[in-house]
Design a protein around this ligand. Structure first.
Ligand code: PSU
Length: 304
């Protein structure tokens, strides 16, 4: 008997697929490891609604009890948001989790893989993973970067997270041949802040142009996706100068406590939340919603 991939579409995603209408994938690690409860589930629901309001269908992706879900019900979202033993899945461990009947949240890399399997070309998140500070000794580089170079999904993020070494992150993306497109400005955004000192390799001002570039890569047979760096709205940003000492403090604590590998990003996000008294979370929510709205426009252009 041939084995089938246990993949389940939520009803609204199945309908959108049948009708050929726009779908935007969403990840679940931001829910389980990126934000505290209950703001995590409230944000997940709000972001899904933002996508619907913008005329597309949201598909939040996660592995639950060995099934790859493309779209979650409200009850499933809630279960995931409250669970504290959920794996953080990337390319390396996603298949094992499904095969063994496990439950796991998908990172950017794993969500791209799942979206592609489901025929979804656009995905919105907060910030991609990248080259961690001190990577020259730790070798800690997120699998998200490699994934962008091999899986044809356009990822809308507010840049790489500012806890990372941004210069090295964008150097690696360039080496891997990943198009990095700043939306509507000449510099790359820095997650909680709208601008950085880094010039954007590409700039586009219209969702249609981002969709056209996505289609052109497919026509040329180029593997990999696109990274769209969408600046956080200016009324929601935290100045980089305010955050810099806080990020440094959190990084020092991570080092002192021997936090490593998959735990680094969740630890840093958690500490920055505490040290900014919640301001980092408010900004994070605003930027994800902004990314979801742009992703919905790109997805609509792709099916037009
Ligand atoms: N965006 C957010 N918060 C997050 C993430 C993205 O606003 O927590 C998650 C994504 O799932 C991304 C992961 O893939 O952080 C990066 O983890 P790492 O640095 O361990 O690769």
């Amino acid at each position: 008997m041939t084995q089938q991939l246990p993949l389940k579409y939520a009803p609204e995603v199945q309908t959108a697929k049948d009708n050929g209408t726009a779908i935007v994938a969403l990840e679940s690690t931001i829910i389980t490891h990126g934000m505290p409860y209950p703001q995590n589930v409230e944000t997940a629901r709000q972001v899904e609604q933002d996508i619907r309001d913008a005329g597309a269908t949201p598909a939040t992706i996660a592995v639950m009890d060995g099934t790859l879900h493309i779209g979650l019900t409200d009850a499933e979202l809630d279960t995931l948001a409250q669970a504290d033993d959920v794996a953080k899945l990337s390319r390396a461990d996603m298949a094992a989790c499904i095969a063994l009947g496990g439950t796991g949240a998908t990172t950017v890399a794993a969500t791209m893989i799942a979206a592609h399997l489901a025929g979804i070309s656009v995905f919105a998140t907060g910030g991609i993973g990248g080259v961690h500070k001190g990577a020259e000794t730790s070798f800690d580089i997120s699998a998200d970067l490699q994934e962008l170079s091999q899986t044809p999904v356009t990822v809308v993020a507010a840049g790489a997270k500012a806890i990372l070494d941004l210069d090295k992150t964008y150097e690696v993306l360039e080496t891997l041949g990943v198009p990095v497109i700043a939306y509507g400005q000449d510099t790359l955004p820095a997650f909680w802040s709208s601008a950085s000192s880094l010039a954007a390799p590409l700039r586009m001002d219209r969702a249609e142009d981002i969709a056209a570039a996505h289609k052109m890569r497919a026509l040329m047979g180029l593997p990999g996706g696109q990274m769209v760096a969408n600046p956080i709205p200016s009324d929601a940003e935290i100045p980089a100068s305010t955050l810099a000492p806080i990020i440094d403090k959190a990084l020092k604590e991570a080092e002192d406590q021997g936090i490593a590998a998959k735990s680094v990003t969740p630890f840093l996000l958690g500490r920055i939340f505490e040290l900014t008294e919640g301001a980092s979370l408010t900004a994070n929510i605003a930027l994800v919603r902004n990314n979801a709205r742009l992703a919905a426009k790109i997805a609509q252009s792709l099916v037009a």
